[in-house]
Write a protein that binds this ligand. Structure first.
Ligand code: GRF
Length: 218
């Protein structure tokens, strides 16, 4: 059983599937604390509904971002957090914070990294005309969406997709891969070698995806 600290900023659907996965005993963890940098985040209401302590910590209440992160760290460390889970957390963490939880901060990103890091990435994928996009769970390092990749899920991009329709399709897959990545961590099955993450006792997957379909080879 590992102790999670979940950082949120918004609706919190990823937080919700983590809570639900724990309650369904698919995920061997407990959420000790939820922290939001946005006082209006619905995610904190979700936490409270499940009797999980939720705090608001806004960086504009501190003299600088380091001071804010120091406060965040104090709270997380006082709750014996093993893994920090960023679930739609929109603020960049300082190197001080990242160094304090080495290889123990996860993030979910709604694109197939390293394509489309940063913000508004579903729109960028639609506008670029890629045929596939998806989502990525990665370990957080000091770059923007650059850390070692644990798991990715791929979805097709349809010709009539909008930012919203693609975001919905990707979000459904986020809700599958994020609890799974946390469970890999809880089971001690994640080994990091440089940029590469090895998930122990997992077969390599076979097969190929194409969009549109190849028709001339049967
Ligand atoms: C998700 O698309 C996630 O990939 C991104 O922010 C969104 C958060 O959604 N980092 P929610 O707050 O979990 O519903």
């Amino acid at each position: 059983m590992i102790n999670l600290g979940v950082l949120v900023s918004g609706n919190g659907t990823n937080l919700q599937v983590i809570i639900d996965s724990i309650e369904a005993k698919r995920l061997d963890a407990r959420i000790r604390i939820v922290i939001s940098n946005n006082p209006n985040a619905y995610a904190t209401t979700r936490a409270k509904k499940h009797h999980i302590p939720a705090f608001i910590i806004q960086d504009n209440k501190f003299s600088n971002r380091e001071a804010c992160d120091k406060h965040l760290l104090d709270i997380l460390q006082s709750h014996s957090i093993d893994l920090v889970v960023l679930a739609g957390f929109t603020r960049l963490l300082t190197p001080l914070f990242i160094k304090s939880f080495p290889m123990k901060i996860l993030n979910i990103h709604p694109a197939l990294l390293p394509a489309f890091p940063g913000l508004h990435v579903q729109k960028k994928a639609v506008d670029y005309g890629v045929k596939f996009s998806g989502c990525t769970v990665h370990i957080v390092d000091e770059g923007i969406d650059t850390g070692p990749i644990i798991i990715q899920a791929v979805v097709p991009v349809h010709t009539d997709d909008t930012e919203e329709t693609l975001a919905q399709r990707i979000l459904k897959q986020e809700h599958r891969i994020y609890p799974q990545a946390i469970q890999f961590f809880a089971e001690g099955r994640i080994e990091v070698k440089g940029r590469k993450v090895i998930v122990k006792d997992q077969p390599e997957i076979a097969g190929v995806l194409e969009n549109p379909q190849v028709e001339i080879f049967k």
